[in-house]
Design a protein around this ligand. Structure first.
Ligand SMILES: Cc1ncc(COP(=O)(O)O)c(C=O)c1O
Length: 388
């Protein structure tokens, strides 16, 4: 069978290899402590799944939903954005419901890029950013995220001809995989750069509610002029532990929202109504659950980082996300080799940084997706086998 050439660009050999090694290790009798995939391990709060159960019992909820999302949910999203970020949004033209933010991030390049157009994409970055551009026939220009720049792209280093040919830029703060954050001064610079070169900004803010130590991530749309140049992708997956429900949303510039609505209305019929209703319950309901959720991740972060520091493996404490971006310990130069060694010797699965792009080499990403006791066990196993 002949498959399309563009599929070649989507190979993610690193994840497939990791899965194979996990199977081998488990078959050898060592239990796997999986700190690789960023899927929330905690359940949604009872009021959210009760709302879902109730809506599922209602036989009126089984028709095709609209691909834009219900008016009720779009109004709720606009209200939530107002009270969380102080950003006012028109639910009719500036809000679109998504089947998870991944749906929007994956399809956005189809709206903005013609074959050969450039998208500015962070490296390291969440894999769908590059995959979406490749599927649309666009060209990726990687913006390196370096520790010495606080993992922010350096716009001055982007060549003028690239900036002129670029039609879209993807950003993600709080960031996966590097767990860095950005402030409003940076977002002001983004607006200035994007306006100068007429680039649409797509800001992925999936981790805006997973922050620690009193820090609260801003919205890109808080910056003056941001809504003229871009949109922001949000997710209920991490905020309310609803990853399997596949619900997210994109808000901001009405032309961009209209373009994505047009693409999506040709592809899907929207999110199952009971899930949209559960989303309304989540967004309108008590928000203290978000703080409790974040506190659980913070406790895990501290157990992991403080524990590994004792054997000389030192890493920065992130202010947000469910990830730790850990430099390779002394003696290692390949993130794949280190991830393999640690998995084979301890059963602890982490993702080699290179899986997120060339600039990710030199690091592994550790996801805080197991409870305190299991994270403690991971620290114990690593400490028994390694010292750095
Ligand atoms: C940075 C980032 N953006 C988007 C997503 C996709 O989230 P959703 O469940 O809303 O599709 C993820 C999921 O891990 C993510 O890490």
């Amino acid at each position: 069978m002949k498959t399309s050439n563009r599929l070649e660009g989507l190979k993610s050999a690193v994840f497939a290899e990791l899965d194979e090694i996990k199977e081998e290790v488990a078959a050898g009798g060592l239990s796997i402590i999986d700190l690789s995939i960023g899927s929330p391990d905690m359940p949604p709060m009872p009021h959210i799944f009760h709302a879902l159960q109730e809506a599922i019992d209602d036989l009126d909820n089984y028709g095709y939903p609209s691909s834009r999302g219900t008016r009720d949910l779009r109004e709720t999203i606009s209200w939530w954005y107002g009270q969380r970020f102080g950003v006012q949004l028109d639910p009719e033209t500036e809000v679109l419901v998504l089947m998870g933010s991944q749906d929007g991030l994956g399809h956005m390049p189809l709206c903005l890029l013609d074959p050969g157009d450039i998208a500015l994409v962070p490296d390291p970055g969440y894999p769908i950013y590059t995959a979406g551009v490749i599927l649309a026939g666009g060209e990726v220009y990687h913006m390196p995220l370096k520790k010495e720049n606080q993992y922010l792209p350096d716009f001055e280093k982007i060549p003028e001809d690239i900036a002129k040919r670029a039609n879209m830029m993807i950003l993600n703060y709080p960031n996966n995989p590097v767990a860095a954050v950005a402030d409003s001064v940076f977002f002001d610079r983004v607006v200035e750069f994007a306006s100068r070169y007429d680039i649409v900004v797509c800001h992925d803010v999936a981790y805006s509610e997973l922050s620690f130590d009193g820090y609260r991530p801003p919205s890109f749309l808080e910056s003056e002029g941001a809504i003229k140049v871009g949109v922001e992708f949000h997710s209920v997956s991490k905020t309310y532990n609803m990853a399997g429900c596949r619900l997210g949303f994109v808000v901001g510039n009405s032309e961009v929202i209209e373009a994505l609505t047009r693409v999506k209305s040709n592809i899907d019929y929207g999110v199952f109504l009971p899930i949209q209703m559960a989303g309304i319950t989540a967004l309108r309901g008590p928000q203290d659950i978000i703080r409790r959720n974040a506190a659980a991740y913070k406790a895990r972060r501290d157990i992991l980082i403080d524990g590994l520091a004792k054997i000389g493996w030192v890493m920065d404490k992130p202010q947000a996300t469910m990830f730790v971006w850990a430099p390779l310990p002394k003696g290692y130069t390949s993130s794949e080799k280190f991830a393999e060694d640690i998995l084979r010797q301890t059963g602890v699965a982490v993702v080699p940084g290179v899986a997120f792009g060339r600039q990710g080499e030199g690091y592994v990403r550790i996801a805080l997706v197991q409870d305190n006791a299991i994270i403690q066990e991971a620290v114990r196993r690593i400490s028994d086998r390694f010292s750095f």
